[in-house]
Design a protein around this ligand. Structure first.
Ligand SMILES: [Mg+2]
Length: 374
């Protein structure tokens, strides 16, 4: 493969409804889109979601990272072997720019696979997708009325598995759990605190004061407070989901004392793309640590599709999938046939266009400003 152009642009797509949790509130996507166009005319797309409070990245830092490495990538990456080699030899800068790298890597993988008329799975030596994939409902930290109507919509679709973004105030949250249990029979509920507390005792007090037994609790303490998380894990039985506190392979060391207490939330953008995510998924399987394949709010079908690659090989280790909102949340997607969940939270792979190769998405060029000017 010879790259003709490689471009990165901010991707700002308005939301149909606002989404809030304790670290951020958003009405538009905060993402970057990379387009890799080859000499033979194939176009690969990649997406990353830089977040200050997750990986200390921003749109500006992603643009800087891209500008530094743009020429080298065009001159160096002609095959999947070259891409693997580049990733390994640039592990340190990628570690600090995982979302930026994710967008670049996905665009290159998509373009490489398309040039060879392959799926991305074939290119990466992975089994082809089998599906269907089952998604969890996610309830944002909004007013009770909003949550109640969201629960009713999810319940009408047949969802029974919920993730709730909590406020940390037991009386406010108990009202939400009440609304959930009134509408859905025996829901499975996990909670996401988005780094609300600073001490394990505060978390224990909250768990004592709420009206439900959550199946798991995500990020109760400050991001990367692994000492606190291990203390909390030793003091109560609810499994802890690591999201902002698990950003790379190096973080396996932080949970090796009691791996049975933890679940990893693997988000492709946060982990720095598919190759790094695959390594983490394989290492988690060896250590018998369960996974949630998560998403950033506002992901388009590019990141939804990329995550299927990983979810497809997890088997029983996968305890939940998040995302696949497509145009349920976004005003538009990068395709006119967005990948979204349907009844019972299921996403069927017949939504993919197998003859499109690569990520198997038929891109709608009119929705992608970066590609219109070329
Ligand atoms: Mg989270």
């Amino acid at each position: 493969m010879r790259l003709h152009t490689l471009t990165l642009q901010p991707l700002q797509i308005p939301f149909k409804t606002r989404f809030k949790h304790s670290s951020a509130e958003r009405t538009v996507t905060q993402s970057v889109l990379v387009a890799a166009r080859t000499d033979s005319g194939c176009v690969g797309l990649g997406e990353g979601c830089p977040r200050e409070y997750v990986t200390a990245e921003s749109i500006a830092s992603a643009e800087r990272f891209f500008a530094i490495h743009h020429n080298d990538l065009i001159n160096t990456v002609h095959s999947i072997a070259d891409l693997r080699q580049w990733t390994e030899s640039h592990a340190a800068p990628i570690e600090h720019n995982p979302a930026a790298w994710c967008a670049i890597e996905l665009a290159l993988l998509d373009a490489l696979a398309k040039e060879q008329h392959q799926s991305i799975e074939y290119l990466l030596d992975l089994p082809e997708l089998s599906g269907p994939f089952r998604y969890t409902a996610v309830l944002g930290d909004g007013p009770l009325e909003t949550l109640t109507s969201q629960v009713q919509q999810y319940a009408a679709l047949g969802f029974t598995d919920f993730k709730v973004k909590i406020t940390g105030d037991p009386s406010l949250d108990n009202a939400k759990y009440g609304a959930l249990h009134t509408t859905v029979k025996n829901p499975r509920v996990r909670l996401d605190a988005n780094n609300l507390w600073s001490k394990p005792d505060q978390v224990l007090a909250y768990l004592d004061a709420i009206s439900i037994n959550p199946s798991a609790l995500e990020e109760p303490l400050q991001a990367l407070d692994h000492t606190g998380l291990n203390t909390l894990a030793a003091q109560q039985p609810v499994q802890l989901i690591l999201d902002e506190s698990f950003l790379s392979q190096a973080h396996f060391a932080a949970i090796e004392q009691r791996p049975e207490s933890f679940i990893i939330n693997l988000r492709i953008s946060k982990m720095g793309g598919l190759l790094r995510s695959l390594s983490i998924a394989r290492m988690a399987a060896q250590k018998k640590i369960p996974l949630i394949i998560g998403a950033q709010v506002g992901e388009t079908s590019v990141l939804t599709r990329a995550a299927l690659c990983i979810a497809n090989i997890c088997g029983d280790a996968l305890i939940g999938q998040e995302g696949a909102f497509g145009t349920l949340l976004l005003e538009r997607d990068i395709t006119d046939q967005p990948l979204t969940f349907g009844k019972n939270g299921l996403l069927a792979i017949d939504q993919l266009v197998s003859s499109a190769y690569g990520l198997q998405i038929a891109y709608a060029l009119k929705n992608i400003p970066a590609l219109q000017d070329e």
